[in-house]
Design a protein around this ligand. Structure first.
Ligand code: GCW
Length: 665
């Protein structure tokens, strides 16, 4: 394995408790083999032993048993030892001895990492017996990686961690050690699927589906030992782009046969292939609209091709008009996904999953939960979040997104069932590249880890997940380091929100690359992302009574709550309403004073976090410490820029002075 590669949450030391003990692994198949390999490596390092044989010797300390359940398909059999599903396991501890029992290899793998996470506690303490199963069957990372470097977007679209893990020099990387190590990290936090290329499928990447499928197979081979399945983004126009058809019309019989044939060959090459991801009729990508067909027609075409092999199509709901006229106040981008898809509920095939961004706009620092979530009870749902920090500091700023994601997953669209329970899958746009720290900013590793753990259990407390990440990433971390890491991470999302776009209004970023402030950067653009600030007020009227009607897309209790500025939560006020600067928030402050105060506070908090980090220099490995310290310089610089531009802009628009008389330019 690459020595220069950061071990992230799997440094050797986290295997100490396991590696010093005697462990028996029972079970056959490749994933049980992976578990055996992990145990053997840990024992070699720490002096324990991997015990062979069917019977457990008396001095055995850990027993890991997998039944004969399938490793690939769904519905792992019980193998006569209880049915924990494909990926679940039972963990028990008594008298200093631990056991993990699973129905198949996948469950065993997750059970192994459960023991690793527990460390010494896996063996000590009162007897326990617990069963663990993932709440969501699919926990996926979407890589927006291009094979050929794109002239504008580069190798990884919205990537802030160097080049691609998978692709370099126009082809799949030769050495796949890093991909294997990635699969291992993913398994250790519960992620079980990866889509290896950008949803914007350009010409070169279109060929991955056919003549270049061998390269995808090589990547799949490196991920498979850790239970991670491979998916591929495909272009809806593939039959035309790759030929020889003149049309991609989903209802054309030739098109149907084309997809069936191509998909058959995909499965010949990658028997456990996960399926396709499709961005259609969105930001210039081709789709069924060109043929007067619906998105259900489009999705069902691909679902039909995948069905014989158990594959799934992830069809993205990010469909909106990106050539809007800013003068037209009746079109509301936030409405688009709901308007396009709700009428199609019930028309999607059983193996089609509608992949919906968690918010209605585009991964802003604050958005309400998309009203599409929960509005299509007869359609399978994947919720998409963005680990890559496109709008949250681009991995130059610390912004731990655990609390944001957890809030979205706990939201109850109908007042009862949470988003986490409604979803079949949770997907994150990956924040990983070929950077030695994986994520550019070492602290952004916490986002990846937290995503995996929340996908396994959306009800988990993000703070507890962060504790886990800290303990794994810094084994033996004393109280000072743990507290320091909590201090810089816990509220980092709130801090970022304070110094950027206020009260849910969003954007205000520099066009194109989306880094740094430009209050009016998108105000007169075709992208549908406006704040409508004038001398009297700011915000978007999305109410049903006087605005775009977006608020009425929510189920009863939320529609009512968001409709009125009196009941709308402060943090979303400008998302839902255009209000005067003197409007008084529930906090008791006026909107304008809130803008000033939060921007001063946000910068002060970023400066304080930088100081906390500086004080941890003696406790953190030097290269890691230096990388974060360097990024804090940029974060503080950028936060001040945000503060000064936003505050000056609103002072000039409103003419209302800061009641505390601070410097505003
Ligand atoms: O957030 C926007 C990004 C695009 C991205 C798009 C999407 C892959 O700015 O770069 O394209 O969303 O989600 O499809």
């Amino acid at each position: 394995m690459d020595d220069a590669l950061d071990p992230a949450w799997l440094p050797d030391d986290v295997f100490r408790a396991l590696g010093t003990r005697r462990t028996l692994v029972r079970g056959s198949g490749p994933l049980a083999g992976t578990v055996r390999g992990e145990v053997a490596a840990a024992c070699e390092r720490f002096g324990g032993a991997l015990v062979d044989g069917a019977a457990a010797p008396a001095d055995l300390v850990l027993e890991l048993t997998a039944g004969g359940g399938s490793e690939g398909g769904s519905g792992g059999g019980s193998g006569g030892i209880g049915d924990f599903g494909d990926e679940g396991f039972a963990y028990a501890r008594a008298d200093g001895r631990a056991t993990v029992t699973a129905s198949g290899g996948r469950g065993l793998l997750y059970g192994l990492f459960h023991v690793v996470r527990l460390g010494e506690a896996a063996f000590a303490g009162d007897p326990v017996r617990e069963e663990h199963r993932p709440a969501l069957a699919l926990r996926m990372l979407d890589h927006w990686d291009n094979v050929a470097v794109h002239p504008v977007m580069g190798q990884v679209e919205r990537g802030y961690a160097g080049g691609s893990l998978f692709w370099a020099d126009g082809r799949a990387r030769g050495g796949l050690d890093r991909v294997r190590a990635y699969g291992r990290l993913l398994a250790a936090c519960g992620i079980n699927a990866v889509c290896v290329n950008n949803v914007n499928v350009h010409e070169t990447e279109a060929h991955l589906l056919t003549d270049r499928i061998g390269e995808v197979a090589a990547i799949a081979g490196a991920l498979r030992p850790y239970g991670v399945r491979t998916h591929l983004s495909v272009t809806f126009a593939a039959p035309v782009v790759l030929g020889p058809l003149p049309t991609a019309d989903p209802l054309d019989e030739r098109v149907r046969r084309w997809w069936a044939g191509v998909t058959e060959r995909v499965y010949e090459t990658i028997p456990d292939f996960g399926g396709y991801v499709v961005k259609a009729d969105s930001e210039g990508q081709p789709g069924p609209f060109a043929y007067g067909r619906t998105h259900a027609d489009g999705a069902d075409l691909l679902a039909g091709a995948l069905a014989p092999y158990g594959g799934t199509v992830h069809w993205r709901a990010f469909v909106y008009d990106h050539r809007q006229d800013w003068r037209d106040r009746s079109t509301d981008r936030a409405r688009a996904a709901y308007d396009h898809f709700v009428p199609l509920d019930g028309e999607f095939a059983a193996n089609a999953v509608l992949q919906v961004k968690h918010g209605p706009m585009d991964f802003q620092v604050r958005e309400p939960v998309s009203p599409l979530i929960g509005a299509m009870p007869r359609t399978r749902l994947a919720v998409e979040v963005q680990a890559t920090q496109e709008y949250t500091g681009q991995q130059r700023h610390v912004c731990w997104l655990g609390p944001m994601w957890s809030e979205a997953l706990r939201f109850r669209p109908d007042g009862e069932v949470s988003v986490g329970r409604l979803a079949d899958a949770l997907v994150a746009v990956s924040n990983v590249g070929d950077d030695p720290f994986w994520t550019g900013h070492p602290l952004a590793q916490a986002n990846l880890y937290t995503f995996g753990r929340l996908a396994w259990d959306p009800a988990a407390d993000p703070g507890t997940v962060l504790d886990e990440w800290i303990a794994l990433t810094h084994p033996g971390a004393g109280q000072r380091l743990s507290e320091g890491l909590h201090a810089v991470l816990d509220r980092s999302w709130a801090t970022y929100e304070k110094y950027t776009a206020p009260l849910g209004v969003g954007f205000m970023v520099q066009p194109g690359h989306h880094y740094g402030p430009s209050v009016d950067g998108y105000e007169y653009s075709p992208w549908g992302t406006y704040h409508f600030a004038d001398r009297d007020g700011v915000g978007v009227d999305r109410g049903a009574a006087t605005g775009t009607g977006y608020a009425a897309q929510y189920a009863g209790p939320w529609a009512e709550l968001y409709e009125s500025p009196e009941t709308c939560p402060d943090e979303l006020l400008l998302f839902f309403h255009h209000v005067p600067y003197g409007h008084v928030l529930h906090s008791g402050k006026t909107v304008i004073q809130h803008i000033y105060d939060t921007h001063f506070e946000g910068v002060a908090e970023a400066e304080a976090a930088r100081r906390v980090w500086a004080g941890l220099a003696d406790l953190v490995e030097p290269a890691r410490h230096a990388r974060v310290a360097e990024r804090y310089e940029e974060q503080v610089r950028s936060a001040r820029e945000w503060r000064d531009q936003v505050n000056s802009y609103f002072l000039r628009k409103s003419g209302v002075p800061d009641e505390r008389g601070r410097t505003i330019h």
